[in-house]
Ligand binder design. Structure first.
Ligand SMILES: [Zn+2]
Ligand SMILES: [Zn+2]
Length: 274
C-alpha cells in the first residue's frame, strides 16, 4: 500500500504557548506534514513549520508543497524561518486562496515579510518558489495522483479547508472556521464525507462557544457531529487555545474518546499512517 502519513508539528491556535504546563501537547502553532508516497505537503506555516523545515533539510527533501488555509499570523509566522527556502537547490509551491479580493499569494508574502515588520524580504529566499493562487471550490492537482479539494470556511478575512486525496484515502484539514450553533453545515459534511481523518478547529468547547460568537472558531463537539454525519473515521482535535494546559487537554482526550471513539487530541509529534 502506498505510504500516506500525517505528522502534527503545531496544534496551537492564535499564538505559540510555551510553558512548563504545555510540554506534552506542544507550544507551536498550526502546521501538519503529509507524506504521500515520495511527495511532501505542508499544511499551514505556523511556528511548527520551523522544526519541520529543519527535519526536511536534514532528510534532504528538496521539493515540497505548502498549502495555506489563510494568512492570519498563527498560520504563516513560521514561513520566514523555513530553512529550505534559503537553499538554492530547493523547489516549492506555496498555495493560498482564501482572499476575497484580488490579493495573490505572492502579494501576501511580500507584504508580510518586509521592513519595518521584518528585516528579510522574500527576495532573499534562494529556493525556486512558485506562488500559486486558487479560489475555492477549485481543485488542485499536485501530480503523482494527489488531488486537493478546497472549501471556503466561515472565518474573519476568509479561510480555506483542504481535502487531500491520495491512493484512495483522504485527510481533511478544516481550520479556522466558525459554525452556526445547533446547525450542521451539510456542504461541509459532504466535503469531508468518508475521509479517514479530519483535523478540526476545536478552539472552544460547546459550553464556551456562545461567549465567542464572531471569533471565527469552532468546538470539538461540532467536530464530532461533522465526523458522525460525514462518516469520517478519525477526528484530530486541534487549534488549541493558548491557555489549555497538558492536564486540561488530557482530560479533554478522555472525554472526547468516550463521546467518539475515533477522537484524539493533536500534539506536536503525533504521527498517523492513513
Ligand atoms: Zn488560527
Ligand atoms: Zn485565523
Amino acid at each position: 500500500m502506498s505510504r500516506f502519513e500525517l505528522t502534527v508539528w503545531g496544534a496551537r491556535g492564535s499564538i505559540p504557548a510555551p510553558a512548563a504546563a504545555n510540554t506534552r501537547f506542544g507550544s507551536d502553532t498550526s502546521c501538519v506534514e503529509l507524506r504521500c508516497g515520495e511527495r511532501t505537503i505542508l499544511l499551514d506555516a505556523g511556528t511548527g513549520i520551523v522544526p519541520c523545515g529543519r527535519k526536511l533539510y536534514e532528510e534532504k527533501v528538496h521539493d515540497f508543497d505548502v498549502l495555506l488555509t489563510h494568512c492570519h499570523f498563527d498560520h504563516i509566522m513560521g514561513l520566514p524561518f523555513l530553512i529550505p527556502l534559503y537553499k538554492d537547490h530547493v523547489s516549492t509551491r506555496i498555495f493560498a486562496g482564501h482572499f476575497f479580493d484580488a490579493t495573490t499569494c505572492r502579494n501576501m508574502v511580500e507584504r508580510f515579510m518586509r521592513p519595518p515588520y521584518f528585516p528579510v524580504t522574500p527576495k532573499q529566499f534562494a529556493a525556486r518558489i512558485d506562488y500559486r493562487d486558487f479560489r475555492p471550490p477549485e481543485m488542485i492537482e499536485l501530480g503523482d495522483g494527489i488531488l486537493v479539494r478546497t472549501f471556503r470556511l466561515n472565518h474573519p478575512n476568509g479561510a480555506v479547508g483542504f481535502r487531500v486525496e491520495y491512493a484512495g484515502r483522504s485527510v481533511c484539514y478544516i481550520t479556522d472556521t466558525e459554525h452556526e450553533p445547533g446547525r450542521l453545515d451539510r456542504d461541509l459534511c459532504d466535503f469531508v464525507a468518508g475521509a479517514e481523518v479530519m483535523i478540526y478547529d476545536s478552539t472552544y468547547t460547546d459550553d464556551e462557544f456562545e461567549r465567542y460568537a464572531g471569533f471565527g472558531h469552532s468546538t470539538w463537539q461540532q467536530g464530532v457531529r461533522i465526523c458522525e454525519a460525514g462518516n469520517v473515521a478519525s477526528l484530530i482535535i486541534s487549534h488549541h487555545d493558548v491557555l489549555r494546559t497538558d492536564e486540561w487537554l488530557e482530560a479533554l482526550e478522555t472525554e472526547a474518546k468516550a463521546r467518539f471513539a475515533g477522537a484524539m487530541v493533536a500534539r506536536t509529534g503525533l504521527t498517523l499512517s492513513i
